[in-house]
Write a protein that binds this ligand. Structure first.
Ligand code: GLY
Ligand code: MN
Length: 464
């Protein structure tokens, strides 16, 4: 099991104690998730907040942080000789807990007793919102509540404390994210080199997911790889690559410590952009580069989202696909025909960092409010940037036939959209370019090894 030094977890829990007033926080780690019978489980993934505070990357553990006594306790069961026969020698729960700097450990069954005791004394029982059925069941039985409604009973105070801490990355975390991007470098450059007519999407998909597994802990989310990049999250890999198409690859890896990367590149099949593809690619690239250059503390992810939307809309106006005043078009939301998603999201132990704790709490907090306009409503975070935040920057431009036909039939934004000019660009499909950025004291730093994204760089990578 890979862990940071125990002092990292001790310091994090000490900081958590300063942010939560009193009571106990119960953290339920993930269990194995079977796919067709109990002993045949999906690849195990620990809960990210559990990893953050305890580092224990094993199923069937729980932990309690006691804000009044200052004692932290781990709950888990030692393996029996029967387990060891199948699994090999295993450390004890006490040894595992010591790795997290915790010297109080009990059998899992003791947790129910300890929660009942705290509850009987009228102490507050904090827990984070569970997102897995198993965790809901365990929590429901521990606190005697219906598991179906248990997310609503989670502790806002604990969620806010965890979000505040996990949002600002320590140097050791940034180093892990950079390792994950370096794995993504190998995934993306391999995909570029394989991007030739006649090969199947499935073959490239399998190859690059294999890289994520052979160099780290696997992918940080199911790889999106398609010559129909106009479908934003296209998980079908049935097509054969053909000349004249663009391949969008949105893929990242996890390190052994489970920190994520999330990178998108768009590559012309056969290795040369057509003039039309290049026209749109240049606009998206400019939005990506200028958004990254603009990022600094004080600006918000919403500000940078609209900056990128403005660049996309301005570029499309220059090509004759949009018209009218660009500022007014973006204000009205007309650009969302071409970029219906947000500029990016936080990245860390989760690829959409902390989304399990609630996208609005993480991305909007108490002050910002989610827009109800199409496009901007998909922006996952409107947060002001702070040093230590890590965000993705992922502008895109898409020709989504269903959306274009619908808006056209509704005569939507005819003052800003030149529907007649769009039809010849339909063949471009979709383009997205995504990097991962650390907010520093004065600006931002693009993380990891530079993955080719300039037209010439992509074309020459394709020819290797
Ligand atoms: N990488 C997929 C996403 O950001 O949603
Ligand atoms: Mn992303």
């Amino acid at each position: 099991m890979n862990m940071f030094d125990a002092s990292v977890y001790i310091t994090r829990r000490a900081c958590l104690r300063k942010l939560v007033n009193n009571g106990i926080a119960v953290f339920i780690g993930n269990s194995e998730s079977p796919f067709n019978y109990p002993a045949n489980a999906y690849h195990f993934r620990q809960d990210s907040t559990f990893l953050y505070y305890f580092g224990i990357d094993l199923p069937n553990f729980a932990a309690v942080v006691d804000f009044d006594s200052g004692i932290d306790t781990v709950y888990g069961n030692d393996f029996s000789i029967n387990d060891v026969i199948w699994m090999g020698p295993q450390p004890t729960v006490a040894e595992i807990s010591a790795g997290a700097g915790i010297f109080s450990s009990h059998k899992f069954s003791q947790l129910e007793h300890d929660i009942n005791e705290a509850s009987a004394k009228g102490r507050k029982i904090h827990f984070l919102p569970p997102y897995r059925g198993d965790t809901k069941m365990v929590l429901g039985s521990l606190i005697n509540k219906n598991p179906c409604g248990i997310r609503q009973l989670s502790s806002v105070e604990l969620i806010k404390a965890a979000v505040e801490m996990r949002s600002v990355k320590e140097d050791i975390e940034v180093a892990e994210i950079e390792k994950a991007i370096d794995i993504a470098y190998n995934m993306h450059t391999t995909a570029m080199q394989m991007c030739r007519p006649g090969i199947s999407e499935q073959e490239i998909f399998g190859k690059i997911e294999g890289i994520a597994l052979s160099e780290g802990a696997g992918v940080s989310f199911p790889t999106i790889l398609s010559i129909n990049g106009q479908t934003l999250h296209n998980h079908s890999h049935k097509n054969i690559l053909t000349e004249g198409k663009l391949m969008v690859v949105d893929a990242g890896a996890e390190t052994m410590m489970h920190y994520a990367s999330d990178i998108t590149r768009t590559t012309p099949v056969g290795g040369k952009f057509s003039t039309m593809q290049r026209d749109i690619y240049d606009i998206v690239l400019r939005a990506n580069v200028e958004a990254i250059a603009a990022i600094k503390p004080g600006l918000s992810n919403r500000d940078v989202h609209f900056l990128a939307c403005h660049i996309i809309a301005g570029g499309l106006k220059d090509l004759g696909l949009m018209k009218g005043d660009t500022g007014e078009a973006v204000e009205a939301g007309a650009h969302a025909l071409f970029m219906p998603h947000g500029i990016g999201h936080m990245l860390g132990l989760d690829v959409h960092d902390m989304e399990g704790l609630g996208e609005d709490i993480v991305g909007y907090g108490d002050k910002a409010k989610r827009s109800n306009k199409f496009g901007a409503s998909f922006l996952r975070s409107a947060m002001p940037y702070k040093p230590g935040h890590v965000f993705t920057v992922e502008p895109g431009c898409y020709f989504i036939p269903e959306l274009i036909y619908k808006w056209r039939a509704e005569s939507k934004f005819t003052e800003f959209i030149n529907y007649d000019a769009i039809s010849s660009y339909m063949q471009v499909g979709g383009i997205r370019i995504e990097d991962n950025v650390l907010i520093t004291g004065s600006g931002s730093r693009k993380l990891g090894k530079a993955i080719p994204k300039g037209v010439d760089e992509v074309e020459s990578m394709c020819s290797i």
